[in-house]
Design a protein around this ligand. Sequence first.
Ligand code: ATP
Length: 267
Amino acid sequence: EDIEKIFTLEKPEINFNDVGGMEREKQEIDLKIIKPLQFPDLYKAYGKKAGGGILLYGPPGCGKTYLARATAGQIQAEFINVGIHDVLDMWIGNSEKNLHSLFELARESKPCVLFFDEVDALGANRTSMRNSGASHLINQFLSEMDGIAANNENVLIIGATNAPWSLDPAFRRPGRFDRIIFVAPPDQEGREEILKIQLRNKPVDSIDYRAIAKATPGYSGADLKAIVDLAIEDKLMEALQKGIPQPITQKDLLKATKLHRATTREW
Ligand code: ATP
């Protein structure tokens, strides 16, 4: 009954313009889920149906959640973020009912992007979980997904995982997570764009974005946000002392790269 207290609906204010790099990923999402939603009849004419889900996979911190949220913003859809703890909670108690209410909430709020972070947690170790009652949850999840595909409703399901190989193969059947998009760590150009986005509308002084992007191989989007945040904190302290905003400089950012190291290797 209180499903809305557990899962919050949000209307994201970011869209694809706020996502640096990821040109290929954005284009794939556009063709695979946004266009089918906007032009269902065209897709149907070619025997392609809208709906179903996509799976984002790649190393942590590279913006899977951020990209899913921006996808919702791109089509002015509602966004529901289902984390691993929500899923684990469903294993306890009245799980099938909760899962059903969650999908119902999404259907009532369409267009809606229903996002499952670490979705492999739901489908991993199906056999070992069989006795614990988790297979009920998995079956329920799969049939809710099939229902959405069949009814061609305006609910987009996006799953994220760092370990696609540990996902139960049943999740990958047509109409379920049948489309997979690799979310790669940003290349130099992507890093430059992310830095510009993270510093947009902030006081800055002649920053050489290209040089910083060059100096940060292996930095994920989350890493780049972290170095910008470090530089901002520094400047804020200075600004508080001096009583006026102090611009963020090249030096501040380079200093921050020494404090926060890359968490992904360059791919
Ligand atoms: P993952 O889910 O892949 O483990 P993540 O989803 O935790 O990674 P996010 O939380 O999406 O990574 O990214 C953390 C933060 O880093 C975002 O909130 C965003 O501010 C910033 N960020 C990440 N990637 C990008 C990007 N491509 N463009 C702009 N900002 C980004």
